[in-house]
Design a protein around this ligand. Sequence first.
Ligand code: COA
Length: 570
Amino acid sequence: MEKKDLVIRIAGEGGEGVISTGDFIAAACARAGQEVYTFKTFPAEIKGGYAMYQVRTSLDPLFNQGDTFDILCAFNGEAYEVNRHRLVPGTAFVYDYPAGDFEPEIPDGVIAYPIPMSQTAKDMKSYRSKNMVALGALSALFNINEKTLIEVLIDKFKSKGPENLSFNLEAFHKGKELAAALGKKDLWRVADPVPAKDVLIISGNDAVGLGAILGGIRFYSAYPITPATEIAKFVAVHIPKVMGTLIQAEDEIASISQVLGASYAGKRAMTATSGPGLSLMGEMLGMASMSETPVLVVDVQRGGPGTGMPTKHEQSDLFLAIHGSHGDAPRIVMAVEDVGDCIHMTVEALNLAEHYQCPVILLSDGSLAFSTQTVPAPKPGAVKIVERKRWDGTGEYKRYQASPDGISPMADPGTPQGMHVATGLEHGPAGAPNHSPPNHEAMHRKRFGKLKTVVDFVAPTQVDGEGQADVGIIAWGSTIGVVREAVARLRADGIKVKGFYPKLMYPMPVAHYEAFAATCNKILVPEVNFQGQLSHFIRAETAIMPISMTICGGVPFTPIQIMNKVREIL
Ligand code: COA
């Protein structure tokens, strides 16, 4: 198969500047007009432990970080050991030698480039610059655009002092010279620069923050937690520009409570957290359901349960997102596919919360949080903002007055004649506590009934492919991007396969699922969690009996894994 894209994996020890090296390559390629999709994984510790950054770059659209790498750059022996089984004929292998901490065996057919990264940095008495020596070598060997790389290095290091910058630029050029002395022996190269498109290269977390600002939030409260914290860091910089407020609360219970208060006061408000924080928010999510208060909670999923694996990928909060409250507590649950969705679905999730006056949980995940992708720059003027239904001031005001669509107008505090209680107690139409059986039944029908139209409010579930298929693959979250490529490659091999990519996870668009399943002989549901959480809901809510495929090693699927499973089924 002709390879139209290039995958570079950089690996080494946390603290050696692996992540920055990957970020520089990704930014330089994007500035040279390339499509970029990156993935990184690193230890929970600040120093030490295996850190890895993978950059995939192409002139064509990219949907995932790829099956494996074409080029491996190993900063240390662990990086070699962890990845050596992927050093297949044709791959290029750049490694720290001599004076690195290892002497690798070079498998047949692997093109080796020993670069004295540590030694060079040591000779320069600038140990931090080891990664810049590597970067210079990679740039020279694989046509990574030097001009845009230097721009990115200056942007990053100018704030760390002129000496730091000059050392790093010197190390970069030394790396180039060392690589040039070895001579190029492989065919891998990044495509030459093309006119840069109007794109952003942005991480999933920054994209959620951008969507929040474009989506009109005026209040944000959160407690720092990996891998969600960068959302608050982004919002903190930009929310003052729209006269909004950000608070770092003392914990997640406080943060969601403050968000509810701000929403009750009439402001578009949200928080972001990860699994442990969403667990703590359960009671106040129920308060939002009961009091019909708009609130958006972004959950950037990580390895669970408990403290789990804070910096590792998983999509294992679906059970919690859909049912994580006591009682029958309605909410809307959406899941993003990629960094572009992180922008646009955050806007949509805020609109849903405001329109349906309920909690909305938007699920992102660890691989997306830290993945940077090139996405078309959003046009602020094109962003559609849906406001909450507000009382028009006529007649007697009853906060929970029955209405045809179940959605009752809200009145900001201080509205004349609009005074009311938004209570967590079961209540009647006027908001006064009411525990009578018929009222509780009626209010449940109201709170759940208003969500019947959500499936029409959001875009229809995307089906990838037509006609009858031997296998239909239902994927959600960032696994969708992997399945898109697997479906395309399987079809190219003549296999009749289709994809179904739900973004609205709850209320579940059952009709869409069943219509899709009717056109497939078998249904496969790959997901990165242990229990097969979406498969569980599919069995519970539909007549479909899916084949569940689960992995939970803290990293995403690769297209080849999905393709092999489909072939096994057939
Ligand atoms: N010269 C000077 N500074 C350099 C450099 C160079 N040549 N190369 C990198 N650096 C700086 C980076 O700018 C970065 O500093 P910054 O954070 O101020 O920007 C720092 O060194 C780390 O480098 P980076 O490349 O970002 O990461 P790394 O590959 O060295 O790995 C991490 C370190 C990412 C693993 C670690 O910093 C980290 O974040 N660990 C996880 C913490 C966490 O989230 N734990 C979970 C708790 S629940």
